[in-house]
Write a protein that binds this ligand. Structure first.
Ligand code: KG4
Ligand code: ZN
Length: 337
Protein backbone atom coordinates (compact mmCIF):
# COMPACT_ATOMS: atom_id res chain seq x y z
CA UNK A 1 0.00 0.00 0.00
CA UNK A 2 1.27 3.46 -0.92
CA UNK A 3 0.21 6.32 1.34
CA UNK A 4 0.45 10.06 0.83
CA UNK A 5 0.67 11.78 4.22
CA UNK A 6 -0.02 15.41 5.08
CA UNK A 7 0.83 17.29 8.28
CA UNK A 8 0.00 20.95 8.93
CA UNK A 9 -0.89 21.24 12.62
CA UNK A 10 1.46 24.05 13.60
CA UNK A 11 4.35 25.80 11.85
CA UNK A 12 5.68 22.95 9.70
CA UNK A 13 4.06 21.99 6.44
CA UNK A 14 5.07 18.43 5.68
CA UNK A 15 4.19 15.82 3.09
CA UNK A 16 5.45 12.26 2.79
CA UNK A 17 5.03 9.14 0.71
CA UNK A 18 5.30 5.71 2.31
CA UNK A 19 5.13 2.28 0.77
CA UNK A 20 4.26 -0.51 3.19
CA UNK A 21 5.60 1.53 6.15
CA UNK A 22 8.84 2.41 4.36
CA UNK A 23 9.36 6.15 4.01
CA UNK A 24 10.06 7.02 0.37
CA UNK A 25 10.01 10.78 0.96
CA UNK A 26 9.44 13.13 3.89
CA UNK A 27 9.50 16.79 2.91
CA UNK A 28 9.35 19.40 5.68
CA UNK A 29 8.97 23.14 5.22
CA UNK A 30 9.46 25.08 8.45
CA UNK A 31 7.91 28.55 8.68
CA UNK A 32 10.99 30.36 9.93
CA UNK A 33 9.37 33.78 9.48
CA UNK A 34 7.55 33.39 12.84
CA UNK A 35 10.94 34.05 14.48
CA UNK A 36 10.57 37.77 14.18
CA UNK A 37 7.33 37.67 16.20
CA UNK A 38 8.82 35.56 19.00
CA UNK A 39 6.20 32.83 18.53
CA UNK A 40 3.84 31.22 16.03
CA UNK A 41 1.13 33.55 14.66
CA UNK A 42 -1.77 31.18 13.82
CA UNK A 43 -3.24 33.27 11.00
CA UNK A 44 0.13 33.59 9.26
CA UNK A 45 0.81 29.87 9.81
CA UNK A 46 -2.44 28.95 7.99
CA UNK A 47 -1.65 31.24 5.09
CA UNK A 48 1.87 29.83 4.76
CA UNK A 49 0.48 26.25 4.75
CA UNK A 50 -1.91 27.32 2.01
CA UNK A 51 0.96 28.68 -0.09
CA UNK A 52 3.22 25.64 0.26
CA UNK A 53 1.03 22.57 0.58
CA UNK A 54 0.42 21.98 -3.10
CA UNK A 55 4.06 22.27 -4.19
CA UNK A 56 5.20 20.27 -1.21
CA UNK A 57 2.85 17.43 -2.12
CA UNK A 58 4.23 17.41 -5.63
CA UNK A 59 7.76 17.41 -4.21
CA UNK A 60 7.02 14.42 -1.94
CA UNK A 61 5.63 12.49 -4.92
CA UNK A 62 8.62 13.38 -7.13
CA UNK A 63 11.16 12.43 -4.44
CA UNK A 64 9.32 9.14 -3.92
CA UNK A 65 9.23 8.45 -7.67
CA UNK A 66 5.43 8.14 -7.58
CA UNK A 67 2.47 9.82 -9.23
CA UNK A 68 -0.82 10.61 -7.52
CA UNK A 69 -2.40 7.75 -9.48
CA UNK A 70 -0.16 5.30 -7.62
CA UNK A 71 -1.42 6.45 -4.21
CA UNK A 72 -3.82 4.11 -2.37
CA UNK A 73 -4.80 6.28 0.61
CA UNK A 74 -4.26 9.70 2.13
CA UNK A 75 -3.25 10.13 5.76
CA UNK A 76 -3.79 13.55 7.30
CA UNK A 77 -3.38 15.12 10.72
CA UNK A 78 -6.86 15.69 12.09
CA UNK A 79 -6.00 17.14 15.55
CA UNK A 80 -4.69 18.61 17.85
CA UNK A 81 -3.13 21.81 16.58
CA UNK A 82 -3.92 25.30 15.37
CA UNK A 83 -7.39 25.07 13.89
CA UNK A 84 -6.72 27.19 10.80
CA UNK A 85 -3.52 25.27 10.10
CA UNK A 86 -5.28 21.92 10.48
CA UNK A 87 -8.10 23.02 8.19
CA UNK A 88 -5.61 23.72 5.39
CA UNK A 89 -4.16 20.20 5.55
CA UNK A 90 -7.53 18.47 6.03
CA UNK A 91 -9.22 20.33 3.22
CA UNK A 92 -6.32 19.78 0.87
CA UNK A 93 -6.50 16.06 1.67
CA UNK A 94 -10.26 16.08 1.15
CA UNK A 95 -9.87 17.77 -2.22
CA UNK A 96 -7.36 15.18 -3.38
CA UNK A 97 -9.51 12.36 -1.99
CA UNK A 98 -12.55 13.58 -3.88
CA UNK A 99 -10.68 14.15 -7.11
CA UNK A 100 -8.81 10.85 -7.10
CA UNK A 101 -11.41 8.80 -5.22
CA UNK A 102 -9.06 7.93 -2.38
CA UNK A 103 -9.88 6.99 1.19
CA UNK A 104 -8.65 9.22 4.02
CA UNK A 105 -7.14 8.06 7.30
CA UNK A 106 -7.34 10.94 9.81
CA UNK A 107 -4.55 10.73 12.36
CA UNK A 108 -4.11 12.30 15.79
CA UNK A 109 -0.87 14.31 15.77
CA UNK A 110 0.26 13.19 19.25
CA UNK A 111 -0.36 9.56 18.34
CA UNK A 112 1.81 10.18 15.29
CA UNK A 113 4.66 11.26 17.58
CA UNK A 114 3.98 8.33 19.92
CA UNK A 115 4.69 5.72 17.28
CA UNK A 116 7.36 7.62 15.31
CA UNK A 117 10.08 5.60 17.05
CA UNK A 118 9.04 2.64 14.90
CA UNK A 119 9.69 4.29 11.54
CA UNK A 120 13.38 3.40 11.33
CA UNK A 121 13.25 0.20 13.34
CA UNK A 122 10.16 -1.78 14.36
CA UNK A 123 9.67 -1.31 18.10
CA UNK A 124 8.74 -4.06 20.47
CA UNK A 125 5.62 -3.36 22.52
CA UNK A 126 5.07 -2.44 25.27
CA UNK A 127 7.19 0.65 25.74
CA UNK A 128 7.06 3.96 27.55
CA UNK A 129 7.04 7.04 25.36
CA UNK A 130 7.96 10.57 26.34
CA UNK A 131 6.46 13.10 23.91
CA UNK A 132 8.10 16.49 24.34
CA UNK A 133 7.45 19.36 21.96
CA UNK A 134 6.54 23.03 21.88
CA UNK A 135 2.91 22.15 22.50
CA UNK A 136 2.95 18.90 24.44
CA UNK A 137 4.67 17.12 27.28
CA UNK A 138 3.35 13.70 28.17
CA UNK A 139 4.33 10.19 29.19
CA UNK A 140 2.49 7.27 27.61
CA UNK A 141 2.45 3.55 28.23
CA UNK A 142 2.16 2.10 24.74
CA UNK A 143 0.78 -1.43 24.40
CA UNK A 144 0.04 -1.65 20.67
CA UNK A 145 -0.75 0.51 17.68
CA UNK A 146 -4.28 0.88 19.00
CA UNK A 147 -3.81 0.83 22.71
CA UNK A 148 -1.98 3.20 24.98
CA UNK A 149 -2.47 4.87 28.30
CA UNK A 150 -1.63 8.44 29.28
CA UNK A 151 0.50 8.24 32.41
CA UNK A 152 1.28 11.93 32.82
CA UNK A 153 0.79 15.36 31.30
CA UNK A 154 2.03 18.86 31.86
CA UNK A 155 -0.16 20.97 34.12
CA UNK A 156 0.85 24.17 32.33
CA UNK A 157 3.70 24.91 29.91
CA UNK A 158 5.12 22.23 27.64
CA UNK A 159 8.84 21.40 27.87
CA UNK A 160 9.52 23.14 24.55
CA UNK A 161 7.62 26.18 25.77
CA UNK A 162 9.79 26.22 28.90
CA UNK A 163 12.89 26.26 26.68
CA UNK A 164 11.43 28.94 24.39
CA UNK A 165 10.07 31.23 27.11
CA UNK A 166 13.20 31.13 29.28
CA UNK A 167 15.34 31.64 26.18
CA UNK A 168 13.30 34.76 25.44
CA UNK A 169 14.10 36.06 28.94
CA UNK A 170 17.78 35.59 28.08
CA UNK A 171 17.28 37.61 24.90
CA UNK A 172 17.73 34.60 22.60
CA UNK A 173 15.82 34.21 19.31
CA UNK A 174 12.73 32.05 18.87
CA UNK A 175 12.58 29.09 19.03
CA UNK A 176 14.98 29.17 21.96
CA UNK A 177 15.39 25.42 22.56
CA UNK A 178 18.21 24.85 20.07
CA UNK A 179 20.00 28.04 21.28
CA UNK A 180 19.85 26.94 24.92
CA UNK A 181 21.12 23.50 23.88
CA UNK A 182 24.11 25.03 22.07
CA UNK A 183 24.98 27.64 24.71
CA UNK A 184 24.59 25.16 27.57
CA UNK A 185 27.59 23.23 26.25
CA UNK A 186 29.84 26.13 27.32
CA UNK A 187 28.08 26.77 30.64
CA UNK A 188 27.99 25.46 34.19
CA UNK A 189 24.71 23.68 34.93
CA UNK A 190 25.21 24.16 38.68
CA UNK A 191 25.64 27.93 38.45
CA UNK A 192 21.96 28.60 39.22
CA UNK A 193 19.58 26.41 41.13
CA UNK A 194 16.31 26.59 39.21
CA UNK A 195 13.30 24.57 40.41
CA UNK A 196 12.75 20.98 39.36
CA UNK A 197 8.99 21.25 39.68
CA UNK A 198 6.89 18.25 40.77
CA UNK A 199 9.98 16.09 41.01
CA UNK A 200 8.65 14.45 44.17
CA UNK A 201 5.00 14.38 43.17
CA UNK A 202 3.70 10.87 43.27
CA UNK A 203 2.65 10.92 39.63
CA UNK A 204 4.03 11.43 36.14
CA UNK A 205 2.79 14.96 35.62
CA UNK A 206 4.94 17.97 34.90
CA UNK A 207 4.82 21.70 35.55
CA UNK A 208 7.20 24.09 33.85
CA UNK A 209 5.62 27.51 34.39
CA UNK A 210 7.37 27.92 37.78
CA UNK A 211 10.76 27.58 36.11
CA UNK A 212 9.99 30.46 33.78
CA UNK A 213 8.77 32.61 36.71
CA UNK A 214 11.84 31.73 38.75
CA UNK A 215 14.19 32.72 35.90
CA UNK A 216 12.21 35.93 35.32
CA UNK A 217 12.38 36.99 39.01
CA UNK A 218 16.05 36.10 39.29
CA UNK A 219 16.89 38.26 36.28
CA UNK A 220 14.69 41.17 37.44
CA UNK A 221 16.24 41.09 40.91
CA UNK A 222 19.87 40.85 39.87
CA UNK A 223 20.26 42.61 36.53
CA UNK A 224 18.89 45.98 35.47
CA UNK A 225 19.72 45.57 31.83
CA UNK A 226 19.12 41.89 31.08
CA UNK A 227 21.51 39.01 31.67
CA UNK A 228 25.15 39.95 30.91
CA UNK A 229 26.37 38.13 27.81
CA UNK A 230 29.12 36.27 29.65
CA UNK A 231 26.59 34.71 32.05
CA UNK A 232 24.18 33.44 29.39
CA UNK A 233 25.87 30.01 28.94
CA UNK A 234 25.57 29.36 32.70
CA UNK A 235 21.91 30.35 32.62
CA UNK A 236 21.30 28.15 29.58
CA UNK A 237 23.04 25.17 31.19
CA UNK A 238 21.16 25.61 34.50
CA UNK A 239 17.76 25.99 32.79
CA UNK A 240 18.39 22.97 30.56
CA UNK A 241 19.52 20.88 33.54
CA UNK A 242 16.29 21.72 35.41
CA UNK A 243 14.06 20.72 32.47
CA UNK A 244 16.00 17.60 31.46
CA UNK A 245 16.33 16.31 35.02
CA UNK A 246 12.56 16.19 35.53
CA UNK A 247 11.87 14.70 32.08
CA UNK A 248 14.42 11.90 32.51
CA UNK A 249 13.47 11.22 36.14
CA UNK A 250 9.77 10.81 35.36
CA UNK A 251 10.21 8.87 32.12
CA UNK A 252 12.51 6.33 33.77
CA UNK A 253 10.24 6.08 36.82
CA UNK A 254 7.30 5.34 34.51
CA UNK A 255 9.33 2.72 32.61
CA UNK A 256 10.30 1.01 35.88
CA UNK A 257 6.68 0.96 37.08
CA UNK A 258 5.53 -0.61 33.82
CA UNK A 259 8.56 -2.94 33.65
CA UNK A 260 9.22 -2.11 29.99
CA UNK A 261 12.51 -2.62 28.21
CA UNK A 262 12.35 0.48 26.03
CA UNK A 263 11.83 4.21 26.50
CA UNK A 264 11.06 6.13 23.32
CA UNK A 265 11.31 9.90 23.01
CA UNK A 266 9.59 12.01 20.37
CA UNK A 267 8.69 15.62 19.63
CA UNK A 268 10.95 18.56 18.81
CA UNK A 269 12.59 18.69 22.26
CA UNK A 270 13.99 15.19 21.73
CA UNK A 271 16.59 16.95 19.57
CA UNK A 272 18.09 18.23 22.83
CA UNK A 273 21.55 16.73 23.25
CA UNK A 274 21.47 16.63 27.04
CA UNK A 275 18.08 14.93 27.06
CA UNK A 276 19.35 12.28 24.65
CA UNK A 277 22.55 11.69 26.65
CA UNK A 278 20.99 11.71 30.12
CA UNK A 279 18.13 9.47 29.08
CA UNK A 280 20.46 6.95 27.44
CA UNK A 281 22.60 6.82 30.59
CA UNK A 282 19.63 6.50 32.95
CA UNK A 283 17.96 3.85 30.77
CA UNK A 284 21.16 1.78 30.56
CA UNK A 285 21.52 1.97 34.35
CA UNK A 286 18.17 0.19 34.64
CA UNK A 287 18.84 -2.34 31.87
CA UNK A 288 16.61 -0.54 29.37
CA UNK A 289 17.32 1.07 26.05
CA UNK A 290 16.35 4.54 24.95
CA UNK A 291 15.20 5.16 21.39
CA UNK A 292 15.31 8.62 19.87
CA UNK A 293 14.17 8.79 16.23
CA UNK A 294 16.19 10.62 13.63
CA UNK A 295 15.53 14.36 13.90
CA UNK A 296 13.30 14.52 10.80
CA UNK A 297 10.97 12.01 12.46
CA UNK A 298 11.19 13.75 15.87
CA UNK A 299 10.03 17.16 14.77
CA UNK A 300 6.61 17.69 13.19
CA UNK A 301 6.62 15.58 10.02
CA UNK A 302 4.23 13.81 7.70
CA UNK A 303 6.16 10.51 7.70
CA UNK A 304 4.95 9.74 11.23
CA UNK A 305 1.36 10.47 10.16
CA UNK A 306 1.64 8.10 7.17
CA UNK A 307 3.42 5.45 9.24
CA UNK A 308 0.66 5.31 11.84
CA UNK A 309 -2.01 5.31 9.12
CA UNK A 310 -0.38 2.23 7.57
CA UNK A 311 -0.31 0.46 10.95
CA UNK A 312 -3.97 1.28 11.54
CA UNK A 313 -4.91 -0.01 8.10
CA UNK A 314 -2.99 -3.25 8.76
CA UNK A 315 -5.11 -3.82 11.86
CA UNK A 316 -8.07 -5.57 10.28
CA UNK A 317 -10.11 -5.46 13.50
CA UNK A 318 -10.97 -1.80 12.98
CA UNK A 319 -11.94 0.36 10.06
CA UNK A 320 -9.77 3.43 10.09
CA UNK A 321 -10.80 4.77 6.74
CA UNK A 322 -13.03 7.74 7.26
CA UNK A 323 -14.95 8.36 4.09
CA UNK A 324 -17.23 10.89 5.75
CA UNK A 325 -14.11 12.99 6.30
CA UNK A 326 -13.75 13.18 2.55
CA UNK A 327 -17.19 13.20 0.95
CA UNK A 328 -19.02 16.38 0.10
CA UNK A 329 -22.10 17.53 2.02
CA UNK A 330 -24.26 16.46 -0.93
CA UNK A 331 -22.73 13.00 -1.01
CA UNK A 332 -23.12 12.76 2.74
CA UNK A 333 -26.82 13.66 2.51
CA UNK A 334 -27.27 11.06 -0.22
CA UNK A 335 -25.56 8.49 1.98
CA UNK A 336 -27.85 9.25 4.92
CA UNK A 337 -31.03 8.73 2.87
O1 KG4 B 1 7.70 18.98 17.74
P1 KG4 B 1 8.07 20.38 17.35
O2 KG4 B 1 8.92 20.57 16.13
O3 KG4 B 1 6.79 21.25 17.15
C1 KG4 B 1 5.72 21.23 18.06
O4 KG4 B 1 5.78 22.01 19.02
O5 KG4 B 1 4.80 20.38 17.88
O6 KG4 B 1 8.80 21.03 18.64
C2 KG4 B 1 9.28 22.35 18.65
C3 KG4 B 1 9.91 22.61 20.01
C4 KG4 B 1 10.28 24.08 20.24
O7 KG4 B 1 9.79 24.47 21.50
C5 KG4 B 1 11.81 24.06 20.21
O8 KG4 B 1 12.40 25.06 21.01
C6 KG4 B 1 12.10 22.69 20.74
O9 KG4 B 1 11.12 21.86 20.15
N1 KG4 B 1 13.45 22.23 20.39
C7 KG4 B 1 14.43 22.04 21.28
C8 KG4 B 1 15.58 21.67 20.55
N2 KG4 B 1 15.25 21.63 19.23
C9 KG4 B 1 13.93 21.97 19.14
N3 KG4 B 1 14.44 22.17 22.62
C10 KG4 B 1 15.59 21.91 23.25
N4 KG4 B 1 16.74 21.56 22.62
C11 KG4 B 1 16.78 21.42 21.29
N5 KG4 B 1 17.92 21.06 20.67
ZN1 ZN C 1 4.35 17.86 17.25
Amino acid sequence: MTILAIESSCDETSTAVLENSVVLSNVISTQFFHKKFGGVIPELASRAHLRTISNLTEEALIQAGKTINQIDAIAVTREPGLIGALVVGSNFAKGLALRYNLPIVPINHIEGHLYSGGIEKELEFPYVSLVVSGGHTAIFYVKSYNEYEIMGLTKDDAAGEAFDKTAKLLGLPYPGGPHIDKLAKQGNSKAYDFPRAMINSNDYNFSFSGLKTSVRYYIAKNFHDGVPKELIPDFAASIQAAIVYVLVHKAIKAAIEKAVKTVVVAGGVSANSELRDKLAIAAAKHGMKSVVPEINYCMDNAAMIGYLAQKKIEDKSKNFFDFSFAVSARALRAKRK
